[in-house]
Design a binder for this molecule. Structure first.
Ligand SMILES: [Zn+2]
Ligand SMILES: [Zn+2]
Length: 283
């Protein structure tokens, strides 16, 4: 498994690859604009060129872009839905522009709609974007914690969306371990992990899951609490991550940490723990 971090581009897109290397990443993920804002200034062309040059020169990859927090591509409210699909299309276009391998999206909240209606809305939005923005960047839907009418706490719901989108070459899923655990998949035992991977295989296909978000969970199993914890300090614990990382079915994937960055050392420590688990240590 290739491991990496979610990194900030606040010091410029042109600097992020150097930061990734300095922190010991093999892969990395970024937001491609202010994650808490709707507005997007055009990307600086020389910044994009510098980014691409640096990524090419390094051995970094895959590179993922995560959609910002505000869009809800399942939104009940028509205005918010339109705004969300436009914003999602714009961030996807930017991911294509910089040459990212993956674009990761949370499918959002159903609000007062039925699950079926919410699923159709996400699928319609994705179809529009994929037909208007051509590119090699694979569109990945991420499983969610499933609280407060969030869709895709169950992996099968991601499968339902992707089935409607019907574009297997350009779409897939990203599995977030924290979200899966608090949604009720018990990653601490082999049986729970098998159940999860079997559901992915049967509803999406494991070959369509190239990326993991490796986050421990502050909340309990089934709590739907979306709060990430450092590896080994949450409810999944080292045992759960050891099971996942030593599983043959995940060996070819990339895994990115989205853990809290409280002290400067947190990222390095989380990466080091995962690398130790990959080598079969950390018992
Ligand atoms: Zn995530
Ligand atoms: Zn989360």
């Amino acid at each position: 498994m290739r491991l990496g971090l979610h990194l900030s581009i606040s010091k410029g897109l042109g600097n992020v690859a150097a930061t990734a290397e300095k922190l010991g990443c093999e892969a990395f993920q970024i937001f491609i604009g202010n994650p808490r804002g709707w507005g997007r200034k055009p990307l600086d062309v020389s910044d994009v060129r510098e980014f691409q040059k640096q990524v090419k020169r390094s051995v970094l990859g895959p590179v993922a872009v995560h959609l910002s927090y505000l869009p809800n591509p399942a939104a009940d409210d028509e205005d918010l839905y339109e705004k969300s699909i436009i914003a999602m299309g714009e961030d996807y276009r930017r991911a294509v522009e910089i040459g990212a391998d993956y674009f990761v999206v949370h499918p959002g909240k159903a609000g007062n709609q039925s699950l079926e209606r919410a699923i159709s809305k996400v699928a319609m939005g994705m179809k529009t974007i994929l037909s208007t923005v051509k590119g090699k960047t694979i569109f990945l839907l991420e499983n969610q914690a499933g609280g407060g009418r969030e869709i895709a706490g169950r992996i099968s719901e991601l499968g339902m969306i992707l089935k409607e989108v019907n574009c297997p070459e350009r779409t897939g899923i990203c599995l977030d371990t924290c979200h899966a655990f608090v949604a009720g998949y018990d990653l601490r035992c082999q049986q729970g992990l098998n159940q999860l991977l079997t559901e992915i295989q049967e509803t999406v296909g494991l070959s369509r899951m190239p990326l993991l978000h490796l986050n421990d969970a502050l909340g309990a199993l089934g709590s739907h609490l979306d709060r990430h914890a450092n590896i080994g300090e949450g409810q999944i614990g080292l045992k759960g991550f050891r099971l996942l990382l030593s599983d043959q079915r995940t060996s070819q994937l990339a895994g990115v940490l989205e853990t809290p960055k409280v002290s400067a050392d947190d990222d390095r420590r989380n990466l080091a723990i995962l690398r130790q688990l990959l080598r079969g240590g950390g018992k």
